[in-house]
Design a protein around this ligand. Structure first.
Ligand code: ZN
Length: 162
């Protein structure tokens, strides 16, 4: 079965940056990625290359920042009052925090800690990076009606509903 719109795909991947530095691997966690194809559940640059592939295929996909996590935005580094953080806990540089902004809750990485304020970077940690995925496709199946209605995969590795 070929990967196309409304197929549910299970795959293992090793993600490295352009220099070959490993970022993450689904084989290390033992949990392959599962997604519903054609519904914007995957980085666009990766999803496009998986179309037409089958279970058992292995491929290397290079994803430019524009088709990955986007370009880095310099003015995405902001100083915010600590009281605007959701459950800040012990703050340290590099920690991921959730900021209560005027446009809702947003994740950010702490770049500097002050007494009343923190500097946070709203860029995605992988923004601006060219990503290289080594992909091994494990399974391709038809989506259920419910998955198509929800726009995401269910079952092991898929979306879990409370
Ligand atoms: Zn669902």
């Amino acid at each position: 079965m070929e990967i196309a719109r409304h197929k549910v795909v299970t795959f293992h991947y090793v993600l490295t940056d352009e220099a070959g530095e490993r970022i993450e691997s689904s084989e290390e966690t033992g949990r392959p990625a599962v997604y519903l194809h054609g519904r914007n559940n995957l980085l666009p640059g990766l999803e496009a290359e998986l179309a037409g592939r089958r279970a058992g295929d292995e491929l290397k996909v290079t994803v430019l920042p524009e088709l990955g996590y986007g370009l880095r935005v310099d003015d995405a580094v902001r100083r915010v009052p600590i009281k605007h953080l959701v459950q800040p806990g012990k703050l340290a540089v590099g920690k991921t925090v959730v900021v209560n902004t005027t446009s809702g809750y947003r994740q950010a990485i702490v770049t500097k800690v002050g007494r009343f304020n923190v500097d946070v970077d709203f860029n995605h940690p992988l923004a601006g990076k060219t990503l290289v995925f080594d992909v091994k496709i494990l399974d391709v199946r038809d989506a259920t009606d419910e998955e198509i209605a929800h726009g995401h995969a269910h079952g092991p590795g898929g979306h879990k509903h409370a």
